[in-house]
Ligand binder design. Structure first.
Ligand code: HSE
Length: 298
């Protein structure tokens, strides 16, 4: 079986809605093989064991793009997930990237990394999760016409991250439907300036700039209204001297940026979270610099 490992991702870093993302050290594993049978999907809910499964549809999209005719009728897909689903940590992007990486390998590695970046973004609808999932590290990725323009951003080696995920979900479809169609000009300026500042702060390693650069007016205020205790958790995190905090992807996970040497933040915030009505899972993560990896060529 072809085996691919794909990292979790946090998109919309700070003010970088739909364009900034980072890969993190939490992984899903995808195992795919052709066989003489039917469609066999293991490792997910019964509701997803069918032809609408995102890993399966992504495999098919990749086969179609390459023009690959399967040798056998059936496909066996196994999924091992550590990335929580519908929490804003790129679980859908991982399914897409896992599917197309396995399919590309089965079909003889015909697509280049640029073509995989483009295909993954087409399937997902935006490139901010899929690009770091494929490439690793922090990426800026934008869709323009038929192309995805992207670049990696060097991030300081003295950073770590902390994901804070509640026990409820906020599906991306709903989280996009609650966004406004238009925003005031001053909010656009607010976001352009902070997104630019975050990239500059990461590239230069100036920690002092990160906190203000994580503020956003395009999506966080609208989505926060649907996440119980969001503002309280952000306020507490900032009070505990993290470097910055923002809504991860479409939420409801909050991602916190920390100095690697910070040994107290996670324990102190856990204490605060334990008093809240919902259960929040907190975990420290490293940046993943490798992106999706073929572990076994089958
Ligand atoms: N940029 C996307 C959004 C990420 O916020 O809707 C989630 O898929």
């Amino acid at each position: 079986m072809v085996e691919v490992r794909v990292p979790a991702t946090s998109a919309n870093m700070g003010a970088g809605f739909d364009c900034l993302g980072i890969a993190l050290s939490l992984y899903n594993y995808f195992y795919v093989e052709e066989y003489d049978g039917t469609l066999d999907i293991q490792g997910c809910d019964e509701a997803h064991k069918n032809e609408n499964n995102l890993v399966y549809t992504s495999i098919q999209r990749c086969f179609e793009k390459i023009g690959y005719k399967a040798k056998n009728k059936g496909l066996r897909i196994k999924i091992k997930s550590d990335i929580p689903s519908s929490r804003g940590l790129g679980s859908s992007a991982a399914c897409i990237v896992g599917g197309i990486m396995c399919a590309n390998e089965i079909a003889g590695s015909r697509l280049s990394i640029n073509e995989l970046v483009k295909l993954a973004s087409e399937i997902e609808g935006h490139p901010d999760n899929t690009t770091p999932a494929l490439l690793g590290g922090m990426t800026v990725a934008i869709s323009h016409g038929a192309r995805i323009y992207y670049e990696k951003v060097n991030i300081p080696s003295d950073l770590k991250f902390c994901s804070i995920s509640p026990d409820f979900t906020l599906p991306t479809k709903k989280a996009r439907s609650i966004l406004p169609e238009q925003i005031p000009f001053k909010d656009a300026v607010f976001n352009v300036s902070r997104a630019s500042l975050l990239v500059a702060a990461m590239a230069s390693g100036n920690h002092e700039l990160i906190k203000i650069a994580c503020e956003d007016r395009l999506h966080q205020p609208y989505r926060a209204a649907h996440i119980p205790d969001y503002n309280e958790v952000i306020k507490e995190a900032l009070g505990l001297n993290c470097l910055g905090a923002f809504l991860s992807g479409a939420g409801p996970t909050i991602l916190v940026i920390l100095k690697k040497e910070d040994r107290y933040f996670t324990e102190n915030l856990s204490c605060f979270l334990s008093k809240l009505e919902n259960k929040w899972d907190i975990r420290e993560l490293e940046p993943d610099f490798e992106g999706a990896q073929i572990i076994n060529k089958g």
